[in-house]
Ligand binder design. Structure first.
Ligand SMILES: Nc1ncnc2c1ncn2[C@@H]1O[C@H](COP(=O)(O)OP(=O)(O)O)[C@@H](O)[C@H]1O
Ligand SMILES: [Mg+2]
Length: 328
């Protein structure tokens, strides 16, 4: 389960509540169905890895990991066995006697994870654990964490402000803003069916096109834009007058550039091209855009030569996943 939201929205506060460092003014905190509001942190058996996962620099890797077991008075033999087990799990066999400074950043990170896991926690709380790692290391740590988490089947709350990380790691995702959960769902539900403007803008790239409501029928509504008619969920548009203007949110990969004289949703002029390796981002100046330039993402690099800067083009929409919201 991931908490995703901009800095300051309350993610760390929520983890601190779950861990018992803060106590809530109201409401209940349940672990395995048991109310733990009045249970102190050390009795909640929570594994934690926070942004500043300070390891004890003077202790060996093994002692760092064993620390939580020692304070719980786990007997020596059992302690050694569990440390060895968890070292293997995070692939640090043979590193037990090293000091933290003799390890790379990624290895230190794995020690911190091992330290959180060794107590067999009821819940694992991870607060932006990878934000200090470089991109490649972060990606491999994400894959590794997911494997370990699946193997151990330990309930995990992961906090991030990085939407890519949230989409790729989570079974469930809660998008937060200003202390509230705006939407809770699978990554796919959140990406394909964002419930409001905030979620639609915060998760993934979105174009916002000014359209017009062209009919509401049960769960579906139709938004008209140029010659295009786009199907969207009706729920966010209840109460909007027929033919009223609405904002249509469309992902960059759901737009296509076409010849200027083709029937399409919008027209404009190519303002910039950005080569991204596997795809090309075209930025298009268009009156249909409610925000900035339209962003169209095309696979391959053919689009670079075909739609040069300054070209007059059309933009068509090909998706069943657009969403629309009333104009605020
Ligand atoms: N101990 C505290 N007392 C009062 N306000 C706090 C405290 N800790 C954090 N805050 C405020 O609560 C809000 C949420 O903070 P935080 O949970 O750290 O956000 P996030 O982790 O999502 O970046 C912020 O506005 C922050 O300034
Ligand atoms: Mg935080």
């Amino acid at each position: 389960m991931t908490l995703l939201g901009p800095s300051g929205c309350g993610k760390t506060t929520l983890l601190n509540l779950a861990a018992g460092f803060f106590s809530p003014d109201g409401g209940e905190i349940l672990i395995d169905g048991e109310r733990v509001n009045d249970v102190p942190t050390y009795k909640r058996e929570i594994g934690m890895m926070f942004q500043n996962y300070a390891l004890f620099p003077h202790m060996t890797v093994a002692d760092n990991i064993a620390y939580g077991l020692r304070v719980r008075h786990v007997p020596r033999k059992e302690r050694d066995r569990r440390v060895e087990e968890v070292l293997a799990l995070v692939r640090l066999n043979g590193m037990a006697a090293r000091k933290p400074r003799q390890l790379s950043g990624g290895q230190q990170q794995r020690v911190a994870l091992a330290r959180a896991l060794v107590i067999n926690p009821t819940v694992l709380l991870l607060d932006e654990p990878f934000s200090a790692l470089d991109k490649n290391l972060r990606a491999s740590m994400q894959v590794e964490l997911r494997e370990i988490q699946r193997k151990l089947q330990v309930t995990t709350i992961f906090v991030t402000h990085d939407q890519g990380e949230a989409l790729s790691l989570s079974d469930r995702l809660a998008v937060m803003s200003e202390g509230r959960i705006r939407q809770l769902g699978t990554p796919e539900e959140i990406y394909r069916r964002p419930c409001d403007r905030f979620v639609a803008s915060f998760v993934g790239d979105a174009n916002v096109l000014r359209g017009r409501l062209d009919g509401l029928d049960g769960a579906e509504a139709i938004v008209a834009l140029g010659t295009a008619r786009v199907k969207v969920p009706a729920a966010p548009l209840r109460g909007v007058a027929p033919t009223a203007p609405v904002d249509l949110f469309v992902r960059p990969e759901q737009l296509r550039v076409v010849e200027a004289d083709e029937a399409c949703a919008a027209s404009g002029i190519v303002a910039a091209q950005v080569y991204q390796g596997g795809h090309v981002d075209l930025y298009i100046d268009s009156e249909a855009s409610s925000r900035d330039k339209l962003l169209v993402r095309s696979a391959g690099y053919d689009a670079m030569a075909r739609w040069p800067i300054g070209a007059k083009v059309g933009v068509s929409i090909s998706t069943d996943d657009a969403v629309a919201f009333a104009i605020p």
